[in-house]
Design a protein around this ligand. Sequence first.
Ligand SMILES: CC(C)(COP(=O)(O)OP(=O)(O)OC[C@H]1O[C@@H](n2cnc3c(N)ncnc32)[C@H](O)[C@@H]1OP(=O)(O)O)[C@@H](O)C(=O)NCCC(=O)NCCS
Length: 363
Amino acid sequence: MEGPRSPNEAELPHVLEFLNQKLRNEAPWSIAAEYPTAFNRNNLHNMRIIADEGKVLSHAVLKPLIIKSPHVIFKVGAIGSVVTHDEHRGQGLSTQIVKDCLKMATEQSCDIAILWTDLFDFYRRMGFELAGNEVSFVIEEEFEANNEGLRFSTDPRVSPDAIYRLYSSHSINSVRTIEETKKFLSIPQTKVYTAWESNGQLAAYAIEGKGIDLGGYLHEWGGSVSKLMALFSFIRMQKGQPVTVICPRHATNLIQQLEKLPVTKNHGFLGMIKLVNFDQLSAKIKRAFRAEGVADIVLEKHPTQYVFGIGTDLYTINKETDMVRLLFGPVDYRAMDMFKPETLDKLEKILPLPLWIWGWDSI
Ligand SMILES: CC(C)(COP(=O)(O)OP(=O)(O)OC[C@H]1O[C@@H](n2cnc3c(N)ncnc32)[C@H](O)[C@@H]1OP(=O)(O)O)[C@@H](O)C(=O)NCCC(=O)NCCS
C-alpha cells in the first residue's frame, strides 16, 4: 500500500473512475464536471490517494480558496470527496488522507480548513467543528413583488462576464476568474435564473442545484435586493413548489425582505471548520482590530490553551473547537457573560468574522 500521495496525470482518469463509482453511482456525468476547479490538472498536486498495486483505495482533495471580506482576506482549504473503498474501511485510510490534506493546507498558508458533511463525529475526531453562520429561507408560497420592469429568463446560456460582474459586487466572496465562472455555469443539474433590464443588462441572477446536490436550493445569487426579490418571486412561481434561498448572515437587507414573506427561516452552520494556521489568522485578526482603533486585542496560543480578550479583560480557552466558534460563530458574546460591556463593544467590531463561501465553491 502506498500514499497518501498525489496521483500523476496518467492516473487521473483512474481516480475519477473510482470516485464516480463510489460517490456518483447513478449520475450520468463525471464528478469532475461537478467540481471543475477541484478536479483538474492544475489542482492535481492537491489530490491525495492511497493505492495498492495500481488500485485506488482511498481519496480526498484539497481546494484552496482566497476569500475576501471587509476586514480580512482569508485563505481557506476546502476538503472534499473523502472516500475509502468499501473493502478497506475502518483501517484508518481516510483519517490518514484527511490529515495529509490538513498538512498541505498548513503548508500552503491556509488559515482554516473547511468541509461539508453529515458525518460530524468522524470529522470531530480530527478537530473539525460545526461553525460559521448560514441563514436559509424556505419560500413556502408564491408572492407578489414589484417586477421593476425586468425580463426574467431560465436560459442557461448567460454570459459568464455578466454573472461575474454581479458576483464581484458581493462584500464577501472568493477570488474567481471569468473562466472559472464559465465552468461553474456548465455544472450538470444547474439551473440559472436571471433578471434583465430593458437595456439588456443583467440585473440579478440566482443559481439552483449543483450535480447531485442542492436541488431546490438557490445557493448563489447576486444583484440588488429589490431585483433579487423580483427574481425570487419569478422563481417561486416557475417552480410551483417551495424553494430555499441560502444566505450569508451579513446579507441583512435581503434577510429583512425575505422575513416579510411566508417563509420558514433556519439558522445553520457554514460548514465544519478547523484552524490550521492559528498564528497567521491571529495576526490578520489583530490587524483588523488595529484598523478599527483597537490596539490591545489579545489572541494568543499557548501550549495547552488560548488567551483571548482586550487589554486586561482576558479569557482562557482550553479547546481549539471553542476557539473556532468564538472566531467564526455561531456565538452570542453578550449572552456568554465572559467580558465587560466595553470589551464586548470592541470585540463586536470584528467578531464573529463574517466568513462566507458561495455554493459553487463548496466541494
Ligand atoms: C466515511 C469514510 C470516508 C471513512 O473511511 P475509512 O477509511 O473507513 O475511515 P477511517 O478508517 O480512517 O476511520 C474509520 C473510523 O471512523 C468511524 N466512522 C466511520 N463512519 C463514521 C460516521 N458516519 N460517524 C462517525 N464515525 C464514523 C469508524 O467507526 C472508524 O472508527 P474506529 O477507528 O474507532 O473503528 C468511509 O466510510 C466512506 O468512504 N464512506 C462513504 C463515502 C462518504 O460518506 N464520505 C464522506 C463524505 S464527507
